[in-house]
Design a protein around this ligand. Structure first.
Ligand SMILES: [Zn+2]
Length: 191
């Protein structure tokens, strides 16, 4: 199938898609809908929407059913919880975090402020997007591998000697384990 390379011409021929060969704002090189956006973006948004829907609070009826189940099967539920593998526990905690944003707000607002303070004013939209994608990448790698990945500031934002910036070239995706090793090393350095 041949695609025209611009929307106007594609629209004129009645085609539903066109292909520019250039990356979209999120970096996909994919078909675009003449009456919409990049098809990969549409897919991504669809996944995000579904995740959001799954996070919405449950109805009172479904909560009541959950309580009833727990009362009846207390021992089974407890045994299952204590034998749950570490990565599942972590996933549950992550979900809890997403479901209780207020509870975690104080933690993240400190981090957010730290990031904002370390972000230079001259940063471009594309660079901001590149950073957002690193966070997304860490999230996806965590989901895929089951090991926790985080975005690390190569030069820490707050340190005694130099303070790093919140810019794409100071960020990298590493495992949480590596990240902890790094912070231990920094703490162990002589003052
Ligand atoms: Zn796209």
């Amino acid at each position: 199938m041949e695609y025209l390379n611009n929307r106007t011409e594609a629209k004129a021929t009645g085609a539903t898609h066109y292909f520019t060969g250039k990356p979209c704002t999120r970096g996909h090189i994919a078909l675009r809908k003449t009456k919409g956006s990049c098809v990969e973006c549409i897919k991504e948004d669809w996944v995000i929407d579904n995740q959001k829907r799954a996070l919405k609070p449950k109805s009172e009826a479904s909560r009541a059913a959950g309580r009833k189940y727990y009362e009846k099967n207390k021992e089974v539920v407890k045994a299952r919880a204590s034998s749950r593998p570490a990565n599942e526990v972590r996933q549950y905690k992550d979900l809890h975090k997403q479901k209780n944003p207020e509870y975690y707000k104080s933690l993240t607002s400190v981090r957010k402020r730290r990031h904002r303070n370390a972000t230079p004013a001259w940063i471009t939209k594309e660079q901001k997007l590149a950073m957002r994608q690193l966070y997304l990448q860490a999230q996806q790698m965590t989901q895929i591998t089951g090991e926790r990945y985080v975005v690390d500031h190569i030069i820490p934002l707050i340190s005694d000697e130099v303070c790093g910036l919140h810019v794409p070239w100071n960020l990298r995706v590493i495992t949480q384990e590596e990240n902890l090793k790094k912070s231990n090393k920094i703490l162990a350095q002589p003052a």
